[in-house]
Design a protein around this ligand. Structure first.
Ligand code: SAM
Length: 276
């Protein structure tokens, strides 16, 4: 895919725009990074893509060239002018000037299959993941450029699990598919970034009706990372020590283990055993 380079700094100058730090405005200026992201997302001509925070449209152009259509949700009105200029040659892009966290995805996409591909503002990473994963209208695949450390945390394995890793891994399988150096952005952020791809399962690993219970249990488990499950769960869930020990032993989990050592499936076993 050969697209003419756009000069982001010139464009910002022309429209008298200064990147807003508070909105996470670090624009991708490196075409090889943009190509990497689109390739990692496996975008094809049948795909409808949701892009969050299109900014000046540098990623949007590559997505529009590869996909059937792109829906781009941008909060900053000031960027709409240069964005329109950049994406003018494409007729398959719809821009929505709103805060993505306030957009009802089920209303926007209904039962339509769609992908999410975005270089996101880092300040909304956790809230955005929840918004996308817990929506009634899930994307089938999510490919996000995020801080490298966050990408690594999302993909952790038992031994280093966290609330964030479990909140993603209950809905899909994450993997790091590319690294993006700070120099690929303008202005350059203080940290390196990585592209994390989450392939969503057909249905979450926990039954929909039990997701609230699952989140309550893992929050209790991780409330004091150094403490054993027999303590964190008995106090956080108000189960008492005896019931907690029995619940854990019934599913072959040693009550002296700590939350970060459990796999997603082991948490699933705990939820099942509570429901019995
Ligand atoms: N996609 C562009 C690129 O790669 O050059 C810009 C990425 S920049 C990291 C993040 C973008 O998200 C900015 O354009 C910012 O204005 C926008 N943004 C920040 N908060 C947002 C929100 N809550 N909803 C939608 N867009 C948001």
């Amino acid at each position: 895919m050969k697209l003419k380079n756009i000069n982001i700094t010139q464009l910002l100058k022309k429209y008298a725009i200064r990147p807003t730090k508070g909105l996470g405005q670090n624009f991708l200026i490196d075409d090889s990074a943009l190509k990497k992201i689109v390739a990692a997302a496996d975008v094809s001509s049948n795909d409808v893509v949701l892009e969050i925070g299109p900014g000046l449209g540098s990623l949007t152009r590559y997505l529009a060239a590869a996909a059937k259509s792109v829906v781009a949700v941008e909060i900053d009105k000031a960027l709409l002018g240069p964005f329109a200029e950049v994406v003018k040659p494409f007729g398959n892009i719809k821009i929505i000037n709103r805060d993505i966290l306030k957009v009802d995805l089920a209303e926007l996409f209904g039962v339509k299959n769609y992908l999410v591909v975005a270089n996101i503002p880092y300040y909304i990473t956790s809230a955005l993941l929840r918004h996308l994963l817990e929506s009634k209208s899930n994307p089938s695949r999510i490919v996000l450029t995020v801080q490298k450390e966050v990408a690594m945390r999302i993909c952790e394995k038992p031994g280093n699990m966290s609330l964030l890793a479990l909140s993603v891994q209950v809905f899909g399988e994450p993997s790091i598919v590319a690294k993006i150096p700070a120099g690929a952005f303008y202005p350059a952020p203080n940290v390196d970034s990585a592209v994390v791809r989450i392939d969503l399962f057909d249905k979450p690993k926990i039954e929909k009706e039990e997701l609230d219970l699952f989140f309550k249990i893992i929050k209790a488990g991780f409330s004091q990372k150094r403490k054993m499950l027999r303590n964190t769960l008995s106090s956080g869930m108000s189960w008492g020590k005896e019931k907690t020990e029995k619940l854990l032993k019934d599913v072959d989990i040693d009550p002296s283990r700590r939350a970060q050592t459990l796999s997603m499936d082991e948490w699933g076993e705990i939820v099942k055993s509570v429901k019995q």
